[in-house]
Design a protein around this ligand. Structure first.
Ligand code: OKP
Ligand code: ZN
Length: 335
């Protein structure tokens, strides 16, 4: 399997996140990727496809904001990581607000996703990592590829960051595949958390099917997306499938939901499958509540591989660093 990792992703290391009413050490650490790099090597470095493919998913004003936010934060006399504290509920009306705090609210939806001096560089190379891993699938020289991305991407929308995510790596790769001539692309999101950014990006796009299995947003982050009645709109009507599962879900009901998602994807007949893979479905993940065991990951992967589609696996979450190596290696082995 072709595997890609780029060192420039490592410098992003936000100090704190807002968690259940207090500031705690950030869970999305460089060590997550460092240990996977040691475990999964050899890994190819990313090629640079430039800003063009990022701008096919994200708005120009959002990309400019993300690139400049931390410098503007420092210019405002602040220290440390940039984070917002006021959000425009339901967006209000478009206002050209000039203060960094207003822009942080405008372009984000939570306080768990600080912008550091290195965030743009790391997020940029995470997106390039996904694009690089996509290439051998486009030219047919590989059937499966793995993009070791961090920061993750599936919570980031066209013009917002959140959930530790800044650029939507999986969506950028899916859009690049469409632009590269693949008529139908499916994204299967098996991170514990609903991939709200990916869903929003393809909400009205009937050429990209989005299926997600995740903790029920009635009790789980990100709360405001991922409910079973969200099916897409307009040309995208029916091309979104949400399968929320309760806290405590074990392998048997999880695999039943997976079979349902895979049947829907198979019926859509995609020329490429993008898997947003989070290992935070593991039973001892520190911020999640499913009960998958390490030995379940190869089983999951074999069912996905049995679809027989060219498959790009994009790393999303997974925060139990002691077990991350076994869980990710087991998943990849299933392919
Ligand atoms: C990112 B990914 C803990 C509360 C929830 C956001 C979780 C983001 C998960 N601070 N914080 O989907 O693994
Ligand atoms: Zn997650």
């Amino acid at each position: 399997m072709f595997k890609v990792f780029d060192e420039r992703q490592l410098a992003h290391a936000p100090a704190l996140e807002m968690h259940n009413g207090g500031w705690t050490a950030h869970n999305e650490t460089p060590s997550r990727a460092e240990l996977l790099r040691e475990r999964l090597g050899p890994l190819a470095p990313a090629r640079d496809f430039g800003r063009g493919p990022l701008a096919r998913v994200h708005t120009a004003e959002y990309l400019d904001f993300l690139e400049q936010a931390h410098a503007r934060w420092l210019a405002a006399g602040r220290e440390g990581d940039a984070v917002g504290y006021t959000w425009p509920v339901v967006r209000r009306r478009p206002l050209a607000l000039d203060r960094i705090d207003a822009q942080l609210g405008r372009f984000s939806y939570d306080a768990g996703t600080p912008i550091t001096a290195q965030t743009w560089e790391a997020a940029y190379w995470a997106a390039q990592t996904a694009l690089t891993a996509l290439q051998p699938l486009l030219d047919g020289s590989e059937r499966a590829a793995f993009a070791l991305c961090r920061p993750p991407g599936h919570h980031a929308g066209a013009d917002y960051l959140g959930g530790y995510c800044y650029l939507n790596n999986a969506a950028i790769a899916a859009r690049a595949a469409r632009d590269g001539g693949i008529a139908r692309v499916a994204v299967l999101d098996v991170d514990y958390h609903h991939g709200n950014g990916t869903q929003d990006i393809f909400w009205e796009d009937g050429s990209v099917f989005f299926a997600s299995i995740h903790g029920d947003p009635r009790t789980e982050y990100p709360f405001y997306w991922g409910h079973a009645d969200e099916r897409g709109e307009g040309p995208g009507q029916g091309a979104t499938l949400n399968l929320p599962l309760p806290r405590g879900t074990t392998a048997a009901p999880y695999l039943a939901a997976l079979d349902q998602a895979l049947a829907a994807i198979d019926a859509f007949d995609p020329g490429l499958l993008v898997v947003s893979f989070g290992a935070d479905t593991w039973e001892q993940d520190p911020i999640s509540h499913f009960k998958l065991a390490t030995e379940d990951y190869p089983v999951l992967a074999r069912r996905i591989a049995a679809l027989g589609r060219p498959t790009l696996i994009v790393m999303e979450g997974g925060y139990a660093v002691g077990a991350l190596g076994d869980n990710v290696a087991g998943f990849l082995a299933g392919f």
